[in-house]
Write a protein that binds this ligand. Structure first.
Ligand code: MSP
Length: 510
């Protein structure tokens, strides 16, 4: 039986148009999912939309629509983004689905039975934009004289009856868990942040609201709807069939990885594990918080008008170069800046030049001078062994790097091999060998094709379409593209289709 791997993105609020920040989380999760599938795992990859709460209700009213109509429309846009980014999610969840009401209410009842929910009253600050409660001590006053949360979101004072989750009771267990499992929260700096936050103590959490209706009704008390984050976090269980223990997909629980943005780490690394402990369910194995993107140095915002629809970028540059850029440009845990010039540079230098040219030069040379088939391998030189060793070790080197979500380092490691391939072709000069030593020329070409096969196979998770085309040209049959097949070289004499460029240079229109 294959080992399982369950990976999730956050579910996206349907209050506005998706931007590259949303595409980023989806793409990173997709790379993980594809990598694990190619590594022989049985993968469940979940994404979806978060459709309740005041923020979404307000966006619907502003749009002159009912919340259901509005969420149907915007949810479909997120689904389209996933498809256009070539995201291979196995399921798409919407929190307005009946199965999700059932799961959220079951979790609630489970917590009630375990004695971890009590009725009280909430009196304090709430930020609709963040859908989060804040303590008075966290607030500041902005230039417009508004009281704001540390995120800059305006807050309002609310007084309402509320159910509470006895989260304070789980602080010590949570701290112990984080300390005993260093890989539970990544990157390490964020883990320390969470521990620092927990050292300050943990208060009980208000988990229901009475001032609006757009949410999952609290079982047995229709005056309340669940706090949107409680219902949202439950989505990770809903999608597997919770509360039905016998549901076949429940075998994927606990999740192997929740990928989230840094702004929502606390919900996933504090609230979610506390809820799961309270409900007697196993905790996810890892929560990783990635950084945020700015656009040409500025925060993305509707008022600045710099929000970019990732579909437009995919139309202009292709989904694969966009995927590559987002994971290559910056380290995953850090913030990054998108600029069109930086994207074009990565595309032209690393994709068109380093990789595209190496493939094009090698394949067209084989087509012209080696009969368009996989050439004969020959006796190995020192230079050949360096390349061969690099290729044979590449998967095992990048696999733990991918497990740490260090995508840019994984790509850099693959690029070291690509650059070595370019140096090798220049040093070995098959165009000279053609005249003086055709046997050696064949061996050199075979080594280059082996290298290209290995790097294209390992790059499939990052650029699935382009690498499928590259592997077609390299004559690698579809059944030989899993990582287990990396060690199986292409037989000599295999016919190769006529080569065609995979990464054209991008030239800005004058
Ligand atoms: N609905 C909640 C998540 C609930 S998960 C149980 C939510 N939604 S969101 O739509 O606001 O954000 C979804 C994801 O997009 C988050 O991981 C967030 O960090 C990410 N990003 C939003 N803006 C971003 C950037 N500018 N850059 C990178 N990621 C960004 O939070």
């Amino acid at each position: 039986m294959k080992p399982t791997f369950y990976i999730t993105t956050p579910i996206f609020y349907v209050n506005g148009a998706p931007h590259i920040g949303h595409a980023y989380t989806m793409i990173a999760a997709d790379v993980m999912a594809r990598f694990k599938r190619l590594d022989g795992y049985d993968v469940f990859f979940l994404t979806g939309t978060d459709e309740h709460g005041q923020k979404v209700e307000k966006a619907a009213i502003d749009a002159g629509k009912t919340p259901q109509q509005f969420t149907d429309e915007v949810s479909a846009v997120f689904r389209d983004i996933a498809a256009r980014m070539n995201v291979s999610n196995d399921a798409f969840i919407r929190t307005t689905e009946p199965r999700h009401y059932k799961a959220s209410q079951a979790l609630w009842e489970n917590l009630i039975e375990a004695g971890h929910i009590y009725l009280g009253g909430y009196e304090g600050w709430y930020a609709i934009r963040d859908e989060a409660f804040y303590d008075e001590s966290e607030l500041t006053t902005n230039a417009q004289g508004q009281r704001v949360a540390p995120t800059g979101a305006p807050v309002e004072f609310v007084t309402e009856p509320s159910y509470f989750f006895r989260m304070s009771a789980f602080r010590d267990r949570l701290v112990d868990h984080i300390e005993a499992n260093p890989e539970f929260i990544g990157p390490a700096a964020r883990r320390n942040e969470v521990l620092g936050f927990l050292k300050g103590g943990l208060t009980d959490l208000s988990i229901s609201r009475t001032s609006f209706r757009w949410g999952v009704p609290v079982p047995g008390d229709n005056a309340h709807v669940m706090y949107v984050w409680l219902d949202a976090l439950t989505n990770y269980l809903t999608a597997l069939g919770y509360p039905d223990d016998e549901a076949p997909d429940m075998r994927f629980w606990p999740a192997d990885l929740h990928l989230v943005g840094k702004d929502i780490l606390r919900f996933h690394a504090v609230i979610w594990p506390s809820l799961l402990m309270a409900a007697g369910l196993p905790l996810p194995k890892r929560v990783y918080a990635h950084g945020w993107w700015t656009i040409e140095g500025e925060k993305m915002s509707k008022s600045i008008g710099n929000v970019i629809d990732p579909r437009e970028l995919a139309d202009t540059f292709g989904a694969d170069p966009l995927r590559f850029f987002l994971l290559r440009e910056t380290s995953f845990g850090s913030d990054g800046d998108y600029s069109r010039a930086a994207l074009v540079r990565r595309l032209n230098v690393e994709l068109a030049n380093d990789l595209g040219n190496l493939a094009q030069r090698t394949l067209s040379f084989v087509a012209k001078n080696a009969g368009g088939v996989m050439p004969k391998r020959g006796p190995t030189t020192e230079a050949d062994s360096v390349i061969a060793t690099m290729c044979s070790e590449l998967h095992d080197i990048i696999s733990p790097i991918i497990d740490r979500q260090d995508f840019s380092i994984a790509l850099e490691t693959i690029w070291v091999a690509i650059r070595a391939g370019n140096a090798y072709i220049d040093q070995q000069a098959p165009w000279t060998l053609r005249k003086i030593d055709p046997v050696r020329m064949e061996a050199v070409l075979a080594n280059l094709l082996d290298l290209l096969r290995v790097v294209s196979t390992l790059l499939q998770p990052f650029m699935p379409d382009s690498m499928a085309r590259m592997l077609d040209q390299l004559g690698v049959p579809p059944g030989q593209r899993e990582f287990a097949a990396l060690a199986t070289p292409l037989p000599e004499g295999t016919a190769l289709p006529p080569p065609e460029g995979v990464f054209p240079r991008f030239v800005e229109a004058a």
